[in-house]
Design a protein around this ligand. Structure first.
Ligand code: FES
Length: 506
């Protein structure tokens, strides 16, 4: 039991809080490095890792404040406010104490900018966050120069462990930083920002454009407004509003832990619609484009083992999933293409993940991939790519294990068992009749119900509505029917009903 009448008690608390604070600070930095380097990051619940990082840093700050507060209360050293807050104000070991004070103010700055990060440009708060490494050095020097326990075996053991751990964390961070590409400069003049942006959207600037071969390009977009809340998970996509009046959806291929860096891999299909051609020809570094907030119709669910299968540009959502996986999770990637030029980021994937990645380039191997031999029997399969690949997988993998994202609509025909049906809209109380020849979404719109829609062909997922009662007949291509039923949603732009009545949350 602590006896607060004992004059030694404050001195004891000063030393104890200093050591615990040092341990927690080191843990905070190590945790941050583990997060940044993806050694600790769970697809299952990535949020708790970040929250834990914040809690540990908050505890470290509480210990430092305790250390400073008890110094004020200790009679032996008789510090005043200026001695603990102003560098070189004290006559007691001024240099060593100043190191601790500099560390304290740096911690305050890091904490404030971390708590206000969503209102600050990334470069500001992330730059200030790097001060954490300086803090660890300052605290180590402060402790070594002014600590009264220096030289005792326990102090020597703890400080050696802490200094070694922090040094290793710093080295890991430096190695990772050296691999990161420098931010691209915006070279081109900015397009007009006077476009009207609805609340669900934002303007973003192209910060880099990297071309791969003749038809592939990777774009990185950054939101112009730092107050835009961007949170998305692996598998999400972004809707772009193109200058030619079209809307197009593209999967986000970046790291969900860096949600403001929106990376898109886009294949120029030279198609009739002209969406991807417009993007390739018109978007360059510095261009501004209107986007909708990310949406996710291809979520990664927790599983013991994953097999990812992609062809061509279908690697984009898979890449964001690989970023999200915990280090210990068992997975493999089968990446298919006709030629190496049809692949995006193949070298990067092999370099990062080694044997877990199998590239199957038909032209080099002399044959197409024998999917029936390559599919793993006990893994959840996540696939994105050409219609041929996804159709083949649907024949080979049980629906419960297969999760797909399609770019092109499947040809799906109603079984015709229920031709006309009624929709009860639970919120508005309206009842809508959908005739045999009527499109479900159009019937809802004619009844005055607001349903967002974009592609109107069952691929983008914008028109998603919740099904409360009844059984929809899924005719869309957004995700597997099993996943839609698990989530209790349908896409009325192409889908219908298998029961005479459907109750939708509208
Ligand atoms: S509007 Fe695109 S899926 Fe319905």
């Amino acid at each position: 039991m602590l006896n607060f009448q004992d004059p030694q008690v404050w001195w004891f608390l000063t030393r104890a809080s200093a050591m615990v604070g040092w341990v927690l600070l080191t843990l905070t930095v190590v945790w941050g490095v583990l997060l940044k380097t993806r050694i600790l990051r769970g697809a299952d619940n990535p949020e708790w890792l970040t929250v834990t990082h914040r809690y540990i840093s908050g505890l470290a700050l509480a210990m430092i404040l305790t250390h400073m507060g008890t110094l004020l209360l200790d009679e032996y050293i008789s510090f005043g406010w200026a001695d603990i807050l102003v560098p070189f104000a004290t006559s007691f070991e001024p240099f060593a104490v100043a190191l601790g004070i500099f560390a304290f103010w740096a911690i305050i700055l890091v904490q404030i900018t971390a708590l206000t990060a969503k209102w600050l440009p990334d470069v500001v708060w992330k730059g200030i966050h790097l001060l954490s490494y300086a803090v660890i050095v300052l605290v180590g020097l402060h402790s070594g120069l002014v600590g009264t326990d220096v030289g005792t075996p326990w102090y020597t053991a703890i400080s050696l462990v802490l200094i070694t751990t922090a040094t290793l964390a710093g080295i890991v961070r430096l190695v990772i930083a050296s691999r990161e590409k420098p931010a691209a400069r915006a070279l081109a003049p900015k397009a007009s920002e006077s476009q009207e942006v609805p609340p669900s959207g934002f303007l973003a600037t192209v910060s880099s454009k990297l071309t791969h071969g003749k038809n592939l390009a990777e774009f990185t977009l950054q939101p112009n407004d730092s107050s835009v809340e961007l949170e998305w998970e692996a598998g999400a996509h972004l809707t772009l509003h193109l200058g030619n009046g079209l809307e197009r959806q593209y999967s986000l291929s970046g790291d969900p832990a860096e949600p403001r860096s929106l990376k898109l891999g886009i294949l120029n299909t030279h198609g009739e619609g002209g969406g991807s051609s417009w993007i390739h020809e018109s978007l360059r570094e510095g261009s501004v484009i209107r986007c909708d907030l990310p949406r996710n119709h291809f979520p990664l669910k927790p599983a013991k083992k994953y097999q990812f299968i992609a062809s061509g540009v279908g690697i984009t959502p898979i890449r964001s999933m690989l970023h999200s996986l915990p280090a210990s999770r068992e997975w493999s990637l089968l990446y298919l293409a006709r030629t190496r030029e049809d692949m995006l980021l193949a070298d990067e994937l092999v370099e990062h993940y080694g044997d877990q990645v199998t590239l199957w380039i038909s032209e080099e191997r002399g044959s197409r991939a024998p999917l029936d031999e390559l599919i793993e029997s006990n893994a959840e399969v996540y696939a994105c790519g050409s219609p041929g690949l996804l159709n083949a997988l649907e024949q080979l993998v049980a629906p419960k294990r297969l999760h797909v994202e399609r770019f092109e609509p499947q040809v799906r025909i109603s079984n015709g068992r229920v031709t006309a049906f009624e929709i009860h809209a639970s919120r508005s109380g309206k009842t809508i009749s959908v005739g045999g020849q009527t499109n479900t979404l159009e019937a809802l719109e004619e009844a005055g119900l607001e349903v967002s829609a974009s592609c109107r062909r069952g691929t983008c997922g914008t028109c998603e509505v919740r099904v409360l009662e009844g059984t929809p007949e899924h005719l869309d291509s957004v995700m597997s029917d099993a996943d839609k039923d698990d989530l209790g949603v349908m896409y009325p732009c192409v889908s219908r009903s298998q029961t005479p009545q459907l109750t939708l949350e509208l």
